[in-house]
Design a protein around this ligand. Sequence first.
Ligand code: ARG
Length: 576
Amino acid sequence: MGAMTTTRGRLQVALQAAFDRLAPGADPVLRPSEHADLQSNGALALARTLGRSPRDLATEVAAAPELAGWCRAEVSGPGFVNLHLADHFLTGQLDRLSGDPRLGVPAAAEPATYVVDYSAPNVAKEMHVGHLRTTIIGDALCRMLAFAGHDVRRENHLGDWGTPFGMLIEHLLEIGEQEAVEELSVGDLDTFYRQARASFEARADFREASRRRVVLLQQGDEETRRLWSVLVAESLAYFDDVYTRLGVLLTDDDVVGESFYNDALAGVVADLDAAGLLVESDGARCVFPPGFAGRDGEPLPLIVQKSDGGYTYATTDLAALRDRVDRHHADRILYVVGAPQHQHLEMCFAVARSAGWLPASVEATHVAFGSVLGADHKMFKTRSGDTVKLVTLLDEAVARARLALGERAAHLDEADRHALAGTVGIGALKYADLSTDRTRDYVFDFDRMLAFEGNTGPYLQYAHARICSLLRRAHTDAGARPGALQVATPEEHHLALALLAFPEALDGALGDAAPHRLCQHLYELAGAFTTFYERCPVLRADDPATRDSRLRLAELTGAVLACGLGLLGIGAPERM
Ligand code: ARG
């Protein structure tokens, strides 16, 4: 067995050998079990193909020599095989985790190049809670993929181009560059955008100037380009500030904004034309990918060039897809974008496939997510109906974390208390988002996310900090350190299984791009540890060998919790 085979993988191999004896290649159907550590349901399906009794087959599997010694197998029900792993086997498996920075997670058998499109706020527009979700989920996926051994290319498809920039630049000129920079640098993006819109709607001269400005921008007029880059740079500085406070990996190097594709847009349209895919409709140039219809049943167009000659959001996305395959040699492209853009993305994928830009070997996936709702279960808005400023949410999360920490943080000095409140507050906010199935909507609730009980960030951080404190105390009070493992009690057995299931949890989370699966596993692990700690005395264990083994279990649990939280982009303080 290679050092990197997971416990479940090892069992899978042994069971496969047992099933091969009955029918080569038959699936053992290994599943979690309520009554045992795991169960194999494969005998049921095999009985039908072989025309034999499922219980007989299950009995033969249970008696297979491959399972003997390390796994007790018993037949149950109509033909399930319940599997109980031997304590000495679990001990051996856990031994290999100690000191392993990967905590049993094997490096990807087939490392792939992933392009992850996430965050993508729009210049001179406030980031809204939707951008919070894409930023947090995308970041967790990037961390998990990289840890699993993949090559990850983060791409921030910044909304930095399009007709609104004519109006935005004109507004900048009206209020003066200095004033504009001040507004934008303090993150007052909404005021800036709203005032520009208001002038555009109210004044014909402003509208006219804005139109001329768009043309200048597209023609590459130097001064116009400079003013545009002021808007981009100031907005980006503000977004960077949000990223830093959120503790996400995104940097300016990851920005590949819409403007990056300007020079490629004409080629996209020309190549679609050459491929015979273009259809002219009301003066606009469109592609009708098969399988997309509107409510009326009419085929839906993807417009790639408007009647005025301008290109669209879709043209840009097609150019981006092409670039991701050509330049990055992506094997998989993940779009972490809200559910309302599903049809747009699927249409882009379909057109790119027809055009031959997205070969069958490359997978493009829309990693969709639901909405953030307010307490009234409606879209999360301020009382006046405005978008909620993200920084206000972050500030409030940290302020509330500070209150929630209260006494716990009383012994810390001011700087440490501030840092801890940041880690707990931001961690709580991120965990609340990541722990819900991303496809569902969720209600934004500070009280719930900051609770120290339940499936929350603070609960897991606290579980980790408690373990660190136990290890410190063991050392200072008794000179004890984690020692040789010996899994013996049912609670230790259960905890060992949870520790050894970390690789599968990560794998499951990556398979569906579903961070909540990793969250759920960490929550269950923390629960298994709590039960263990309640029933199995550590510092007061009967003998030093038992104590040191239990300290080792605690240490491994702490390591998995810290690693798992880290993969979600959440800090794990050693004291709180
Ligand atoms: N800027 C867009 C928005 O705020 C999101 C872009 C998503 N990515 C993409 N490749 N279309 O809605």
